[in-house]
Design a protein around this ligand. Structure first.
Ligand SMILES: C[S@@+](CC[C@H](N)C(=O)[O-])C[C@H]1O[C@@H](n2cnc3c(N)ncnc32)[C@H](O)[C@@H]1O
Length: 290
């Protein structure tokens, strides 16, 4: 099985400190100048998948892996766009607020913007600070602090997974591999009539997804790459771009018109039962590497 290349083998900018701060201001301030926008592309993709899930009138339940401060949660639960989150968290009036003041300001901002039908969003991340913030701000309905690369899911996470309709992630693959997906899906109780959750993932092209796709196939999900690659963010410097180009070369992925223009690009993958794919009406990408 092809394993995912760990991020440390790429000279990829390390933003780990941003994910463990008590609030997301540093995250938005640091990533805006790099034109980081993958949650914008992810939310459009996830919303279109949510609209096609066979859940009837029920509010769909999402588990967002590597959720950080609940960025995808904000975009799925509320009628806001990613650019507005930059404006909101980088605004001068947010700069000097204590964390509880920022949380109050968030609740005032998001409260009236509830999306209908929206989604019930549970986050999973290794950062306790990010999960706590996302929950208190109302961007996550629930959260689990867990590293499934290392540990088995807790009983609470197993119970969450039993009710999940869609697993999502942006910017997560590379940190998480097939190990995380296998532990999550292996823990699913066999409930008669209950379908296996679908998986919608936005994945940097420097990381192969075939190991995760093969793992999900064992649980009855067929993976398709959809649409065209989307820009994730600008490379921080020439060394980061050179490493990305070398990683793509090893994978046999052509960077022309994409990474060679100075940005990381990501692919959109949807894993669902084979019979569900054709009815979705989401165009499949030309398969450049299978
Ligand atoms: C690049 S950020 C992505 C955040 C957000 N999803 C986005 O698109 O902006 C990666 C996140 O993965 C989390 N993370 C790293 N290793 C993880 C693991 N093994 N399991 C769960 N989360 C992890 C980090 O704490 C961080 O919040």
């Amino acid at each position: 099985m092809t394993s995912v290349e760990p991020p440390e083998r790429l000279r990829k900018a390390n933003f780990d400190d941003l994910y463990t701060s008590p609030d997301p201001r540093a995250y938005y301030r640091a990533l805006r100048p790099l034109d980081y926008r993958v949650p914008h592309h992810g939310s459009g993709f996830f919303r279109s998948v949510l609209a096609r899930l066979p859940v009837g009138d029920r509010v769909p339940r999402v588990l967002d892996l590597c959720c950080s401060y609940g960025i995808n949660g904000a975009l799925l639960k509320y009628d806001v766009e990613f650019e507005e989150l930059y404006d909101h968290y980088c605004a001068p009036d947010a700069a000097d607020l204590p964390v509880d003041g920022l949380l109050r300001r968030d609740r005032e901002f998001f409260g009236p913007r509830g999306r209908s039908p929206g989604a019930h969003v549970t986050g999973l991340d290794t950062s306790a600070a990010a999960i706590a913030y996302g929950r208190e701000a109302g961007l996550l309905d629930a959260g689990h602090v867990r590293d499934l690369e290392r540990d088995e899911p807790s009983g609470d996470l197993v119970a969450t997974m039993a009710g999940v309709d869609l697993v999502t992630t942006t910017g997560g693959v590379g940190y998480i591999t097939e190990r995380t997906f296998d532990r999550l899906f292996r823990a699913l109780p066999a409930t008669p009539g209950r379908s296996v959750p679908w998986v919608a993932a936005v994945v940097l092209r420097v990381f192969p997804y075939d190991g995760i796709a093969r793992t999900l196939a064992r649980y009855g999900l067929t993976t398709r790459r959809l649409g065209a690659p989307v820009p994730q963010r600008r490379f921080r410097d020439a060394a980061e771009q050179a490493d990305a180009l070398a990683a793509l070369d090893r994978l046999g992925v052509d960077p022309t018109g994409h990474e060679d223009d100075g940005h990381f690009y990501a692919d959109l993958y949807l894993s669902a039962p084979a019979a569900a794919h054709p009815a979705l009406g989401i165009p499949a990408a030309r398969r450049a590497r299978e």
